[in-house]
Design a protein around this ligand. Structure first.
Ligand code: DGL
Length: 270
């Protein structure tokens, strides 16, 4: 995350669905005075199976919405969108989650063997491999797309035999490679973290969650002008479809009742 000074404490958080909230939760803990504007593009979810062209269009349409909301700093709280960076969008400064995740993994690994799970689009983009290679050419990266995890999470199916078996299926090949660090390369995955921890228990593997990695970086690199720290802070949530469906699991996860989740239409923005 680049050093930058901000005149407002308004930050946008953009994901295809619930994943943005795992990032919002960490940012809200660290900066409770920020005004967070979260967008979950639930009508076009999932992003992880889309082509780069389609994802770029979704990114531009989402950014047009943020601009309308007076937001000029947007965190792409979605690895799939972050894998498109660098990309420039007029009037918006974009910050992705991949670089912070890669840096945290690089710091954590001792044996230089890093595992990565993510959506098909994120893994295919090789964005993590590039970010990790920039940090060191000595790293071995073992990656696997884990397409069934996101729908399980959006369904609220966070424990029991089914998620356990699915996690086991995706992680087993990585565990065989003797990884000592596992990047959760999708912002949805922290919701399944307790189950993932059970699966790797006793193996001494450090889990990297991008929401906390990014928040730690923001603490060092973002400066806010003015008296923002006395501000009460807020969390506004917008989705593009079925707000009631989103509300229950999102509220449970954020540990606070999300006051009003509003439905918007992004295709009218651009
Ligand atoms: N949360 C998104 C990510 O981090 C992906 C979910 C989806 O496929 O839409 O990649």
């Amino acid at each position: 995350v680049a050093q930058s000074t901000h005149k407002t404490g308004r930050i946008g958080i953009f994901d295809s669905g619930l994943g943005g909230l795992t990032v919002a939760r960490e940012i809200r803990k660290a900066f409770p005075w920020l005004e967070l504007v979260c967008l979950g593009d639930t009508a076009r979810f999932p992003y992880g199976i889309r082509s780069p062209e389609t994802l770029r269009r979704y990114l531009h349409e989402g950014c047009a919405f943020f601009e309308e909301q007076n937001v000029s700093t947007v965190i792409l709280a979605c690895n799939t969108l972050s894998s498109l960076l660098p990309i420039s969008v007029p009037n918006i400064s974009l910050h992705g989650v991949i670089e912070s995740g890669a840096k945290a993994a690089f710091k954590a690994t001792k044996n230089k063997r890093i595992g990565l799970i993510g959506t098909e689009a994120t893994i295919r983009s090789q964005a993590y491999a590039r970010a990790l290679q920039r940090l060191s050419t000595q790293l071995d990266i073992f990656s696997a797309p884990a397409p069934l995890l996101v729908p399980l999470i959006e369904e609220g199916w966070l424990d029991g035999e089914v998620p356990k078996q699915v996690i086991h299926h995706y992680l087993e090949p990585l565990l065989k490679q003797d990884i000592d660090t596992l990047i959760l390369g999708c912002t949805h995955y922290p919701l399944l973290r307790p189950m993932i921890e059970k699966e790797i228990a006793g193996r001494n593997i450090e889990i990297i969650d991008n929401g906390s990695a990014l928040t730690q970086e923001l603490q060092g690199s973002f400066q806010w002008q003015g008296d923002w720290k006395d501000h009460p802070g807020s969390l506004a949530v917008y989705v593009t479809d079925a707000p009631e469906r989103f509300e229950e699991i999102a509220g449970r996860f954020m540990g606070e009742k999300l006051k009003s989740i509003q439905k918007i239409d992004l295709t009218l923005q651009a």
